[in-house]
Structure formats: C-alpha cells, structure tokens
Design a protein around this ligand. Structure first.
Ligand SMILES: [Fe+2]
Ligand SMILES: [Fe+2]
Length: 331
C-alpha cells in the first residue's frame, strides 16, 4: 500500500493540521534553554523544504528520524520568525515502496535518476564481455562517477550547459548510436559505438567544476577531457585485471586501443582539440553524432532563450546566423 501525499512543503500554512508523508533531508538533536533536548528537522518533497521540530519523545524519534528516510508526519504548522515550522507530534518510518518516489525528488534529480537508469540499461545490453565489463566498472561499480555524472553540465557555454546536461547528451547519443549500429550492421560494431558514446565526454565530470557556477578545473585546463577519458580507460582496465573473475582473460590490447581511440578522436579534427583523427568507422560515427547532438541542443536552447520579439533571433555568434523562430518560441 502506498501512503498518499496529501500536503506539500511549499503550500502548508500556519495553523494547518499536518498529516502527510515527507522525506527527511536533515535531522539533528539540539538542547533548548531549559536543558531539554529537541529535534531540528528539515522535511522535503518535490516542491521544496519545510522546517520541523520535535519537542516531546525525542529519544523515541531520534532513532527514526534519519536523513533520507521517508516518514509519515502528524503534527501542526506554526509560524516562527516569519517561516512555517511543523511541530511533530508523531512520526512513522515508511519503506521506499510505500511512497510514490516522484513526489519527493526535484525535477532535475528525477531526470538524472531516470537518465542514469537508461544508461545502465544500455550498459547491460552490451554483448562483448570486455567492453561490457569495462563499462560496468565505470558506470555501475564506481559510486563517485555516478554521483558526478548525475550533476554535471556538458559545457560552460555552447551546448547542454546546465545541470545534468552531460548525462542528457550522452544518453541521447547512445540511443542514436544504437539505431545506427542496426542501420550499418554488420560493419559498425554496436558495443564499440556505445563505448564511444558513453566515454567520449566522461572526462568532463572532472574537467569542469560545477558546484555553484561552472568553470574549468586545473586538470581540465592542463589535461582536458579527451586525455582524461583515455587515462580512465587505462586505469579501469588495470583494476579489472586485478579482480579475479571479472574478465574472461587479459583485456585484449586491440580492444583497449580501440576504446581509447573512440575518446581521443571524438573531436574529429586536430584544430578542434582532437589528438587523433578518426581511423575507424565507429570513431567517425561517434564524432559526427556528437557534433549533431551538440548542435541540435545549442540551436534549440538558443532559439528557446532568445528575447527578440517576432520570428527572428538575434545574431548567433557561434553559428554566424540569425535563426528562424517557430511559433512555440515566439514572444
Ligand atoms: Fe568532447
Ligand atoms: Fe560530446
């Protein structure tokens, strides 16, 4: 049985009786002026956060009210320093399958989780045991990579320059590559194409810092995401070879070179920062689809954000063109 969400953090008013599930974002015990312990809690859902306090039965609720737990809250809302504060009278811990997850996560987090699930499904659909093990070690076993990948923009400006933009770009490319692998079968190797799609920009999760504003890191300025991606492949292959049973045999040298080449050649030309130009069909395809997906996004977001009234945008300096604004984009 699911506990229905009946009240939302941002719409609770002073004097409201509160009876609804929430996600705990923060919980800590503090001591009041009289020496009596109380709990400071921040409850959250898809609309935002709301403060809460527990004044009675603190020892009982202390063990239940833990960060990232879902709880059914019973209490009432009071005004405090011009903010709303829920005084919790009772609280029951709920299991994750007892709530509708979409009600608690912000749209950005939700889209990151959905996209990451799509990405891991693509990894699991791979056939080649070496490429598959390599992608699993990176996208499924490495929690730090997953955490960064779920937040990173794809660029400082130009295309997909917003949170989760990198993941959106990569999943979009992988779907196109999956289609092309069938279209150009048997000449284009689906697994190698997907290695290229998933890995080509992965170095960007360290190339850019994006906690508050986006900028290049020292590693980004001095090494760059192509070489960083290639180094990661080397490191993960070494790690896989040290783990008994993860690979059918030593990682074949040719496959290692091809995987690295997919990353090192994806900018296509020396003048675009590629240390190598594509020398296999798959690398050429990944380069062209990367270019396609970034341009589609760049034009779409430019047209969408353009403030001009009427059917033409301002001059786009990167493309050197004025773009036509379809009906949906007109002010
Ligand atoms: Fe790139
Ligand atoms: Fe890219």
């Amino acid at each position: 049985m699911k506990y229905p969400k009946t009240q939302y953090a941002k719409t609770i008013l002073e004097q409201d009786r509160v009876s609804s599930p929430f996600l705990i974002k923060y919980a800590a015990v503090a001591t009041g002026k009289t020496g009596k312990p109380y709990m400071n809690i921040i409850l959250t859902d898809k609309t935002g956060d709301v403060e809460a306090r527990v004044f009675d039965n603190v020892p009982k609720f202390h063990s239940q009210a833990v960060k990232d737990t879902f709880v059914q809250v019973e209490g009432n809302a009071q005004g405090f320093n011009s903010r709303i504060q829920i005084h919790i009278k009772d609280m029951t811990v709920l299991r994750e399958d007892e709530v509708v997850l979409d009600e608690y996560l912000s749209p950005t987090i939700l889209s990151a989780e959905k996209l990451y699930a799509e990405l891991t499904a693509i990894v699991l659909s791979m056939k080649d045991p070496f490429y598959k093990a390599l992608m699993e070690s990176i996208f499924i076993d490495d929690a730090e990579i997953a955490k960064r990948f779920k937040k990173a923009p794809a660029a400082k400006a130009m295309h997909h320059a917003y949170p989760v933009g990198l993941l959106e770009h990569v999943v979009s490319i992988c779907k196109i590559l999956d289609f092309l692998s069938h279209n150009y079968s048997p000449y284009a190797d689906r697994d190698l194409l997907l290695v290229g799609g998933m890995m080509h920009d992965l170095g960007k999760i360290w190339e850019l810092q994006y906690e508050k504003t986006t900028d290049y890191t020292n590693e980004g300025r001095m090494i760059g995401h192509l070489v960083m991606g290639s180094e990661l492949i080397e490191k993960k292959i070494q790690w896989l070879e040290s783990q008994p049973g993860r690979l059918p045999s030593a990682f074949p040298e040719e496959k290692k070179l091809l995987a690295k080449h997919m990353v090192l050649a994806h900018h296509g030309k020396y003048e675009y920062g590629s240390p190598k130009e594509p020398v296999c069909l798959e690398a050429q395809i990944v380069h062209m689809i990367d270019d396609l997906d970034s341009k589609v996004n760049a034009i779409r977001t430019f047209v969408e954000q353009d403030a001009q009234v009427g059917m033409w945008t301002l001059l786009n300096k990167n493309f050197g063109r004025y773009f036509y604004k379809p009906e949906w984009a007109r002010k």
